[in-house]
Unconditional design. Structure first.
Length: 95
């Protein structure tokens, strides 16, 4: 039974690592509780901030790094990253 207990966390960790650590950003990492703080932290890490707004208690930043677009979601109350998404060009409204 011990073997099964170890395998499940290992599989889960393998699935989560790509989504939780992207180009110098990790879930739980603190960037700041204000738009200006988040913008400064992301810029310092090399990201270009395209847009930033507060929505539903989260600071949402659309950023690019080396031509790749991401959306970074930060909890406005704690300043911690709660979501990192690789943006899909198909979702773009630019025509």
């Amino acid at each position: 039974m011990q073997k099964s207990t170890l395998i499940k966390p290992a599989i889960l960790a393998g699935l989560l690592i790509p989504a939780t650590a992207i180009a110098g950003l990790e879930l739980g990492q603190t960037l700041g509780t204000a738009e200006a703080d988040v913008r400064a932290a992301l810029t310092e890490l090399g990201y270009t901030v395209q847009e930033i707004e507060i929505e539903d208690g989260e600071i949402e930043a659309e950023v690019t790094l080396e031509g790749v677009a991401y959306e970074v979601e930060v909890a406005a109350d704690t300043g911690q990253i709660v979501g990192i998404e690789l943006e899909d060009d198909a979702d773009s409204d630019d025509d």
